[in-house]
Design a protein around this ligand. Sequence first.
Ligand SMILES: *Cc1c(COP(=O)(O)O)cnc(C)c1O
Length: 482
Amino acid sequence: MSLRRRLVGTAKRQLKQTLGPVVQRAMAPARAFLPPETWSLESRGGQGLFLEGVSLSQLAQEYGSPLHVVHLAALHRNADAFQAVPPGAAGGCEVYYSYKTNPVPGVLSALHARGVGAEVISAYELWLALKLGVAPERIVYNGPVKSDASIRESITRGIGLLAANHREELDVFSRHAAELGKRPRVAVRVTTMSGWTSQFGTPIAGGQAMAAYRQALASGNLDVVGLHAHRGELIRTEAELEGFVGAVLDFADELHRELGLDLEVLDLGGSLCTPTVEHIEQRDWRLNLTFQRDLPAPDFAAALSIERYVAKVVAQVEAHYAKKGRKRPRIFLEPGRAMTGNTQLLLGRVHALKDGGERTWAVLDMGINHAECVRNEYHQLFHVERPAAPAHRAYTVVGPICTPADTLYHAVRLPELKVGDTLAIMDAGAYFVPFGTSFSFPQPAIVGVEGGKVRRLRRAETHEDLITFDDLVPAAPARAAS
Ligand SMILES: *Cc1c(COP(=O)(O)O)cnc(C)c1O
């Protein structure tokens, strides 16, 4: 290294060391920590965190680490909140859980037992919903890739709603419907100016969505009952929700005006946030990375709750149809993250503490292989055994995968760590399990806590499991070096 680069490097390091504490103090975020009570966790002096009287530390001991823990009471609470009829409303919403968000049969069955239907986006998920005993009329089938066999199965079984992602798919639906002599209940997925477009849905702007509806009605083989819109872009505020629903309602009016179509179903998709999770802003990342400034915790009380979201949706739709003097359609919702995000946590253990002078790496037995979302979302992290101990020291928390990308937290203040300590990553119930990979390490077990009792929902993957699908060729005997 040249002398100049060395000097610049030293100067930079000194600047960071001097500025670090200043930045940390002067620019400290309003909230850098969410208390355990936010998730109904109880902190018992000297014994750590408990969920319904069950020690989390003990759970990891008994069932192995890492471990997913599902809180069934929280799941029930969310399911009930989504399905409640808001005060003063004529009716509520019909709810279909987005299978891809957390496709754990133990979780899905718990939701179905609570009256929630299935929103599926693949032939596998359709198969799974039927296997779990979901009534066909309680299934909504979305997604850009539907196999011919799965389309035929949904038509034969008479599923609740078959949504065409794009206009071209309507021809396929129509052909199968004609062959089977059955009219499927169809919707077209449309996109508004806010939210995702690209390969998803058919844009309202430019008349493509209108053309798709014209085509659907003209086919003669389809029962065009619904309008589908899933924003994709998260909904965190009332303004975001109102703008999105307003655009969908305007298009529903256009369908009525142009084509005389009275919708039976208005499907508003998912995209409601998990209040305690938030995308990390670039600026906050940089300050965290450079000066170890705490990441700001989300203002969860300001985010739309399930109750407020449902009340707003129903009020807006009912007011719209009352004004137009038309019958209010059935409202379908397809929550994913808002339903299960905050109902699950992920436990892992400190495997090693690597001293790096300026910083200490806490090397865990779990990383982005089980918690991919933590790379770009705020997720509260707790020290399970000593949650309330002073957290002065910033750690760099990394996983077991052999890539620098396996960094869960670049700088997070935690109580003094020891090897063997348990950590809990909160809000692990959305997109953790389905994005999990068996990259060098198998997948963890999943348990459910219900009424103070623990029930295994999924066993951990074994080494054997990882080669289940392989045709093994016995290795040739190694030749001794001569
Ligand atoms: C993924 C998905 C959902 C759920 O999305 P969340 O953001 O998790 O609420 C709902 N509907 C469709 C069509 C989806 O693809």
